[in-house]
Design a protein around this ligand. Structure first.
Ligand SMILES: [Zn+2]
Length: 275
């Protein structure tokens, strides 16, 4: 595996670099590996990263490490590398800047106002009814394959698909991890994000019948607190544009305000009921 330069870092190159830095290579192999390093930028970067970890952990003599410290070190190096690879994958599926260069396919400005008026009529119903109506409106106005609202459940560190409309509607109630999902990434950035073929990065989206080609995700806040995300996905060659973003953003703003009002009213009703 070391006869030619590596194009990218892998678990194997990370492990070899860690073993090299730990002094675990026999003398003959060290020479071969060092020759390889002179021509392989990927492995040089691995060795630099391992050396940085060693320096940070202040491990002076890596050859005499007790076995637990050695194991911890290898785990740490591999985790660091894995998260680096995750980042590379993640950056590969985010195509948000494309939104500004795409022509707007259709203007549905008037319909957004009408849809919001209709949604405002649901302020006295339940949160669930409001979310259901919201995703149906988003599905229609963005001409999407699926539209959804992913509620953030902070305690469980997941997003739950509390409302879904369209092709993937049957997946309602499903969850994605807070730390590794398009919704999580969108909340991390705090701005809308466009994803292209997200299953390349988030493997759990692989779906034989409804492949997701694009996903447009907008964060929803109640005040400053993140509530979740509103999103649309396409299962064909539909490409989202600035107009879709504007529609979705209007719905997301409305949703945050509406749920804030509903929860406040609920809290007040609760306190009114107290003796
Ligand atoms: Zn290499």
């Amino acid at each position: 595996m070391f006869d030619r330069p590596h194009l990218v870092s892998t678990d194997a190159t990370a492990e070899q670099a860690a073993l090299y830095c730990l002094g675990e290579f026999p003398v003959e192999d060290r020479k071969t590996y060092e020759q390889h390093l002179s021509s392989c930028a990927a492995c040089r970067a691995e060795v630099e990263a391992c050396s940085a970890v060693i320096a940070e952990l202040a491990l002076e003599d890596t050859r005499d490490l007790p076995s637990k410290a050695r194991k911890d070190f290898l785990t740490r190096v591999n985790d660091d590398k894995a998260s680096g690879r995750h980042w590379a994958k993640l950056l590969g599926v985010i195509i948000t800047p494309e939104l500004s260069s795409r022509p707007n396919v259709k203007g549905n400005r008037d319909q957004v106002g009408a849809a919001l008026d209709k949604l405002a009529g649901r302020l006295f119903g339940s949160e669930q009814e409001l979310l259901d109506a919201l995703v149906r409106a988003a599905l229609e106005l963005c001409d999407a394959g699926t539209a959804g609202f992913s509620m953030l459940y902070e305690d469980e560190q997941v997003f739950r698909w509390d409302a879904l409309a369209g092709a993937l509607a049957a997946a309602k109630g499903g969850t994605t991890p807070r730390t590794w999902s398009p919704c999580g990434t969108t909340l991390d950035f705090g701005t809308p994000q466009l994803f292209s073929n997200p299953s390349r990065c988030f493997e759990y989206f692989k779906n034989p019948t409804h492949h997701i080609f694009e996903g447009l995700v907008v964060p929803v806040y109640v005040g400053e607190k993140p509530l979740g995300t509103l999103w649309v996905a396409s299962h064909d060659d539909r490409k989202f544009d600035k107009e879709d973003l504007r529609v979705l953003q209007s719905f997301a703003d409305f949703c945050g305000t509406a749920i804030g009002i509903m929860r406040e009213r609920q809290a007040n009703q609760g306190s009114d009921a107290l003796p």
